[in-house]
Ligand binder design. Structure first.
Ligand code: AGP
Length: 624
């Protein structure tokens, strides 16, 4: 089977999706499920499904496509029954296909599940269940859950549905928000959470469970937050929360949500961009749950390549630039970052069957990037893809692709997709280094451990530095120009900081490798010019200090993004933002980009601009 079809067939696991369930005291559940899924559409929209229970019978409608398209074909409202669950999907592995849309059922069709999350050990559980005779229809990780419950009930018929779910959850490794119905106990929904968000809504008409508050905010603002490791039994009058570990009951009263529906979609943030900046610890955790065999497939192609071009535009190009340092320093693989818009002119004639193109595009639809990969493919080069949108043109053109699993990015300025791209590229560089024997097991373990800590590092930067960065934005918002400088891999980070500020705060910004200053650009410096230095404590630290001093000597205001406690650079800076210690140089673009994203966002606010809708820009540039 061709690799791409294998990838489509192999792994279809939901990462950022929307689930909803309701038990009504009267009336049909389907119309409410449909409208609630519409309000969760920002969480994913490439396939949708609903299951309802009526007189002990379960009916399911599901298909690939946006909610409105599927509704037009199947009429999602036309399902009788006062209890039901629904799902709107954001595919991250494999193209969106009806067979892989939720809900999923067990062999008997009497247990039905919707899920948001990543089941990391699903392949092992699946073969165990298949050996016990269970038949699977999809290749998603989710589908193992109804069969696990079915098997638990087969082995212990005296279990009730909640106990069977509880027992099954203990077999699962990974993240989940499940909603489950069964004909065995047709008056309830069981839902459960580990890392993927889950919240209850409650009013006089019934009880609801959802991935996010917007799903039910139109019908109630009474919400109950569910925590990791908790399972809930919903009936039309009440809810009971239990600990998955020991079944003990937890009492938790509803809270009142004061958000408008519009705010709720932004989870209380004023803009999608700041919501997505804050989402990065979670989206980075998701990138660390990548199935190894996707990474191994890409690594194999990179390893055998005669030459590797990293092709992208904008922020994605900066991810490629950073990746070129990662591949070189870790795997001793030279790669060539190329602006997609220049690829045809620069390499259109030379790219050949021995060339490999790794195209990086969060949208997977950027015209310049697609033009570059089409040209390369026509010249028999191998095209690999890294994108956030499964089913996009790039995934259809790529021989092998991998998803960044960041969930939809609504803000025009790329933030969470950038750091997710970096995380996946770092994992590829690490795997390639290992495959090529360029790295010891100890070094590998250390880097993997540090990569695993990055989500928490990012979380600590956002929580500890955000206010300080807001002050910096106030202080420098009226600057007529900004400089962003870095050395080594931090050059890529500096370039990204420049783009962020330019595209949403409209301040002319200049960026180049700090070592280039004396070759011309330093003539631009005037008294008071803000110069942002991205300067982690890596091999370039000493030389960067020299660059800082040459700028300072000409009257520049130094804003340094530094490792916590770096006194040498603090003493030279007018302002500084601190990043936790101990980040390996090759991973620094991920955490060091966060302060620059926040600086751009708050500067745009200071200047009265809407960061979500920057002038003249589109989220996906589908024109050349
Ligand atoms: C980034 O903030 C910009 N929105 C833009 O530069 C973007 O990165 C570029 O257009 C590439 O988009 P892609 O990743 O979807 O290909």
């Amino acid at each position: 089977m061709p690799v791409k079809e294998q990838l489509i067939a192999e792994g279809l696991r939901q990462k950022m999706c929307g689930i909803f369930g309701c038990v009504l005291s009267e009336g049909n559940a389907a119309p409410l499920i449909h409208s609630s899924l519409k309000r969760l559409e920002y969480r994913g929209y490439d396939s949708v499904g609903i299951a309802v229970l009526n007189n002990g019978k379960i009916s399911i409608k599901k298909d690939q496509g946006k909610i409105d398209e599927v509704h037009k074909i199947h009429n999602l409202d036309d399902l009788p029954g006062n209890i039901g669950i629904g799902h709107t999907r954001w595919a991250t592995h494999g193209a969106p296909l009806k067979i892989n849309s939720h809900p999923h059922t067990d062999c008997s069709g009497e247990i039905v599940v919707v899920h948001n999350g990543i089941i990391e050990n699903f392949l092992d559980l699946k073969s165990e269940l298949q050996n016990l005779g269970h038949i699977f229809s999809s290749k998603t990780d989710t589908e193992i859950m109804p069969h696990l419950i079915e098997e638990a009930l087969k082995q212990n018929p005296q279990l009730n549905i909640q106990q069977a779910v509880q027992q099954s959850l203990k077999r699962i490794e990974g993240s989940y928000a499940f909603a489950i119905i069964s004909t065995r106990e047709p008056d309830k929904i069981i839902c459960a959470r580990n890392e993927s968000p889950l919240v209850l809504g409650i009013n006089h008409k019934g009880v609801f469970c959802a991935s996010d508050i917007p799903a039910f905010l139109e019908v109630t603002n009474k919400a109950v937050m569910i925590n990791n490791g908790e399972l809930v039994i919903l009936t039309n009058q009440d809810y009971e929360i239990k600990k998955i570990s020991d079944g003990s009951t937890i009492t938790r009263e509803p809270i009142s949500i004061e958000w408008t529906a519009e705010m709720a979609v932004k989870q209380g943030h004023p803009h999608f961009m700041i919501k997505e900046i804050h989402e990065q610890p979670e989206t980075l955790r998701n990138t660390l749950r990548m199935q190894d065999h996707y990474l191994d497939l890409l690594t194999t192609f990179l390893d055998r390549a005669n030459e590797v071009f990293l092709v992208a535009c904008g922020t994605s190009y900066h991810a490629c630039l950073a990746a070129s340092y990662m591949f070189s320093k870790l795997a001793f693989l030279p790669t060539y970052p190329v602006y997609a818009s220049e690829f045809l002119e620069q390499h259109g004639k030379s790219v050949n069957i021995d060339s490999t193109i790794l195209a990086v595009s969060q949208s997977g639809e950027t015209a310049d990037t697609l033009a570059a990969v089409n040209c390369a493919q026509q010249r028999a080069a191998t095209v690999l893809g890294l994108t956030n949108v499964i089913g996009s043109s790039l995934t259809r053109i790529s021989r092998v692709y991998i998803g960044t699993q960041s969930g939809p990015e609504i803000g025009v300025a790329a933030t969470k997709t950038f750091t997710s791209q970096l995380s996946v590229l770092a994992q590829l560089a690490l795997k390639l280094a290992k495959k090529r024997g360029k790295i010891s097991q100890d070094e590998m373990d250390t880097l993997e451990e540090k990569l695993g800590q990055i989500p928490e590092v990012v979380n600590s930067i956002v929580t500890s530095q955000e206010q300080k960065i807001q002050q910096l934005a106030k202080k420098y918002a009226n600057s007529k120009v900004f400089f962003f400088l870095g050395r080594g891999i931090s050059t890529a980070t500096a370039f990204e900081g420049r783009l962020k500020l330019m595209e949403i705060a409209y301040i002319p910004s200049i960026s180049f490798p700090a070592g280039e200053s004396k070759h011309g650009p330093i003539s631009l410096i005037e008294n008071g010019f803000p110069v942002v230095f991205v300067c982690p404590k890596d091999d370039t630290h000493k030389t960067v200090i020299g660059n800082i001093m040459e700028m300072k000597a000409r009257g520049a205001h130094i804003i340094a993004v530094i490792e916590e406690g770096d006194q040498d650079i603090k003493s030279l800076s007018d302002d500084y933002i601190e990043v936790p210690k101990g980040i390996p140089s090759v991973l620094t673009p991920i955490p060091y980009a966060i302060p620059l994203q926040l600086l751009a966002y708050y500067t745009a606010l200071e200047k009265g601009f809407n960061p979500d809708m920057p002038r003249n820009l589109a989220k996906s540039v589908t024109v050349k």
